[in-house]
Design a protein around this ligand. Structure first.
Ligand SMILES: [Zn+2]
Length: 387
């Protein structure tokens, strides 16, 4: 963080000829739009900041909790000297805010602003006309997005559909925007733009070969007609229209379940060794899916593990291990599995007391190949919370 000019902000230089650098000051923060209440913004809200020396402010930083790791900065359009509006990015957490001017002035941190988590994205699975005014001469747009929750490497991915009518479009661009920082992570530029026909693009949660960062994303369509009139399906900063949340893993047991007692934990004592995974108790026959897609490394039967399968999590450095399946998995070694695909059902084959999934995570280079098992419970609980 840049050192504030003198606390009073009166002079930026030492001695004569110093340049005056105004130091903005925050006195009050309220929530204007998309708020839980006047004093309770959430990710996606619009804030009103009242203070002094605000005219030159061009950035607002959400300082979050201690440390810089969760700081988020948004651009601010210069407003009046005593008030400005700023959006709350998805991912901003409760904490003070600070304002910065183009000239290098910076406010002291404000009192903490309580920020609630964002609302889930608005479902828009069928085409609907885009809201807002339309530029004369620009095509009329309808858009839709197949889901509001998506998982890296799942099939099908998220599908964005659109239809243009009215003026014919000369150029078309579909952008996938990360709500965390408003960056465009992927762009599609279809060459054919037939009017009145439903077109679509799909995304599987990857950017190139890499998994995209979990978080909120939205599709944005921009179409221009021959005379240059543009139509857009959503405005910059809109984190709800054609938006969805991307997650990196899905919970593998698709039915009632619990995590058992102390004996079900990673590291619990077993005859001659310690428990290398976490047990997930569920009725025999409960559907089991791949928490993360990848290549099947092993699919075998073992007297202790019963029917088991090991999947090399694609785009991760982790092996995922599922044991005691009631039947051998339909997948074989070398097969490609996608996130969320059914890989079997909970059982009690091998040395199992009661029906359960015995689940392990192994670090690189993998299962009985130089890697180590680590406690998967925190991950399982997190996946369970959003799956
Ligand atoms: Zn176990």
């Amino acid at each position: 963080m840049a050192a504030p000019a003198a606390a009073s902000g009166q002079s930026g230089g030492s001695g004569g000829g110093g340049v005056y650098i105004a130091t903005p000051k925050v006195s009050k923060v309220t929530c204007l739009r998309k708020c839980a209440s006047r004093h309770r913004p959430r990710g996606g809200s619009l804030l009103k900041v009242v203070g002094t020396e605000l005219a030159g402010v061009n950035a607002l930083t959400y300082l979050g909790s201690y440390g810089n790791g969760d700081d988020l900065t948004v651009k601010v359009r210069p407003g009046s000297n005593t008030r400005l509006n700023a959006r709350v990015p998805i991912g901003a957490v409760t904490g003070p805010i600070s304002l910065a001017t183009a000239a290098g002035g910076r406010s002291a941190p404000s009192r903490p602003v309580l920020i609630l988590p964002p609302l889930p994205p608005e479902p828009n699975p069928d085409l609907s006309p885009v809201p807002g005014p339309r530029v004369n001469g620009a095509p009329r747009l309808e858009t839709g997005t197949s889901r509001t929750k998506a998982f890296v490497d799942a099939r099908p991915g998220v599908t964005f559909s659109y239809r243009l009518s009215g003026a014919s479009a000369m150029s078309l661009r579909v952008e996938l925007v990360s709500a965390a920082d408003a960056t465009v992570v992927k762009t599609w530029t279809p060459e054919d733009v037939p009017p009145d026909e439903v077109q679509s693009v799909s995304w599987n949660g990857r950017v190139g070969r890499d998994a995209a960062k979990p978080g909120r994303y939205s599709f944005r369509l921009t179409a221009a007609s021959a005379d240059g009139s543009e139509a857009r399906s959503s405005q910059i900063g809109d984190v709800e229209r054609d938006a969805f949340d991307l997650y990196d893993n899905i919970f593998p047991v698709r039915g009632r379940h619990d995590f058992g007692g102390a004996g079900a934990r990673f590291g619990a004592g077993r005859a001659g060794h310690s428990h290398q995974g976490q047990d997930v108790m569920a009725a025999c026959g409960t559907r089991m899916i791949a928490a993360r897609g990848g290549r099947v490394k092993f699919k075998q039967y073992h007297s202790a593990a019963g029917n088991y399968i090991v999947i090399d999590g694609d785009g991760t450095e982790i092996d995922y291990v599922y044991m005691h399946l009631d039947q051998p998995s339909p997948f074989s070694e070398g097969d490609r599995v996608y996130t969320g695909q059914t890989i079997g059902a909970v059982g009690d084959t091998g040395n199992a007391r009661g029906c359960h999934l015995h689940f392990e995570l192994w670090s690189e280079p993998g299962w009985y190949d130089g890697g180590d098992p680590f406690d998967p419970l925190a991950s399982l609980r997190a996946w369970d919370s959003w799956s």
